[in-house]
Design a protein around this ligand. Structure first.
Ligand code: C5P
Length: 224
């Protein structure tokens, strides 16, 4: 079997990472969560009061940032590390989600992340999810999936996830955050979120996790 690159892009909270993880496991591929990298950079900027509207400040700050994914034997997942600190859980916080799309729209930030993402794909055998993976990071990927789902379903899914960690979170906050991120992500100047011409759409509004995995696996096997 030949190894391929599979990209999964789409709107916020469509279940991209759930599918990407399962697909990678089935195929024995590496899963990379590109959004975690933008979240970790945002966390660093917030903690260190970096003004991301200033090019010089961003350049200086990026020099201080080392990102890597490390496999956790207990959770059986790869987790995001920022300068040797495990930030996998803090980066999911709404405080980070409120700013990540602004940070991810900065050209220097994208160059920094995209370069590392492309290196991770050099050996193929990878599933990466994000917003610009099929359009910019791996334009030649063998399989590109573009995920979507009804807004209400997405809000509900993300709310449940965040509520488990923080019972103070409201459905309104989650809804506003998703709408804001989707708007900024699809309207930014540098590599906006859009469907690649050769991507296949997967609308999972009415699919179970098992069903969506079966569909994606079938597509993958046609390419491998
Ligand atoms: O995938 P996730 O929702 O964790 O991504 C968080 C944010 O990171 C997105 O809303 C988007 O602003 C940014 N992002 C991006 N490009 C990617 C992945 C994520 O701009 N490839």
């Amino acid at each position: 079997h030949k190894k391929i690159i599979i990209t999964i892009d789409g709107w916020s909270s469509c279940g991209k990472s759930t599918l990407a993880k399962q697909l990678a496991k089935e195929l024995n591929y590496v899963y990379i969560d590109s959004g975690a990298m933008y979240r970790a950079i945002t966390l660093y900027f917030l903690r260190n009061h970096v003004d991301w509207t200033k090019h010089k400040a961003v350049d200086e700050a990026l020099k201080e940032i080392t990102l890597d994914f490390r496999y956790n034997e207990h959770s059986k997942q790869s987790e995001m590390y920022l300068n040797d600190e495990n930030v996998e859980y803090v980066i999911r916080d709404l405080v980070v989600a409120e700013k990540v799309s602004e940070v991810a729209a900065v050209k220097e930030v994208r160059q920094f992340a995209v370069k590392q993402q492309q290196q991770m794909g050099e050996k193929k055998g990878i599933v990466m999810d994000g917003r610009d993976i099929g359009t910019v990071v791996f334009p030649k990927a063998a399989l590109k999936i573009f995920m979507t789902a009804d807004n209400a379903i997405r809000v509900e899914r993300r709310f449940k996830e965040l509520f488990e960690k923080n019972p103070n979170v409201t459905i309104e906050e989650v809804k506003n955050n998703l709408e804001m991120r989707d708007y900024i992500d699809s309207h930014r100047e540098v590599s906006p979120l859009r469907q690649a011409e050769d991507a296949i759409v997967l609308d999972n509004t009415n699919l179970t996790m098992k069903q969506q995995l079966e569909i994606a696996l079938r597509w993958a096997k046609e390419k491998i």
